[in-house]
Design a protein around this ligand. Sequence first.
Ligand SMILES: Nc1ncnc2c1ncn2[C@@H]1O[C@H](COP(=O)(O)OP(=O)(O)O)[C@@H](O)[C@H]1O
Ligand SMILES: [Mg+2]
Length: 257
Amino acid sequence: MTTNDLMVEAQKVRKSFGRLEVLKGIDLEVPRGTVTCLIGPSGSGKSTLLRCINHLEKVNAGRLYVDGELIGYREKNGTLYEISEAEAARQRRDIGMVFQSFNLFPHRTVLGNITEAPVHVKGVPLKEAQDRAMQLLETVGLAHKADAYPVQLSGGQQQRVAIARALAMDPKLMLFDEPTSALDPELVGEVLGVMRGLADNGMTMIVVTHEMGFAREVADQVVFMADGVVVEQGTPDEVLGNPQHQRTKDFLSSLLK
Ligand SMILES: Nc1ncnc2c1ncn2[C@@H]1O[C@H](COP(=O)(O)OP(=O)(O)O)[C@@H](O)[C@H]1O
Ligand SMILES: [Mg+2]
């Protein structure tokens, strides 16, 4: 596979917080138009890796590329220079991120939440941003909630709005960090359904999740992390169906308890 086919490429990425090394040389390749599910015990570095991919965290060593572009740094004659915050923000614009907590603006309507960034960050005319927001609300099944405020929505609905809000920036990559972990069980399916639709439409996605049914059905690749390293990766059948490492087996059986 050439670099050109990859939407995300991590090369020996290391990240420490003080003396605690949480990413110990991560290599990862995410081909365009594919879904990678990132699984592993709490504290293994999954969120940190996602945050490094959009440069919310600086890496200490290694390189991260998104769509062939080095994230967070510029390379000149073999030396890396950190880019400005404005340049990092420009890179981040193309990467949608959805968190466990939905982080909607509480004082803005659903429509206002979705149009905020396109209008204020990208300078999209309001009417155009609203038309696009309505299309996205159709996609996530919430067109009838355009004028509602977040507090009037269920957790599942708020998360679907958060996904629409990320999509409004036309990202080339979507990062999901345990998007259904905060939801009541009966609301998980509607959010996973929206994510499955995105995958079917060819969105490149990295999804940190404990939903093994979703990983099995939607992921092209499953990556199991523990203690800051990739222990095992492969197709869902390989990693979930026939894990090779004891740590993977232990983790998967812990999910069933
Ligand atoms: N900002 C931070 N400062 C210090 N330690 C952190 C910070 N963020 C995460 N960590 C630590 O890094 C490790 C990995 O965390 P995280 O990436 O959140 O793991 P995961 O998402 O797999 O549960 C944990 O030990 C966590 O306490
Ligand atoms: Mg996490």
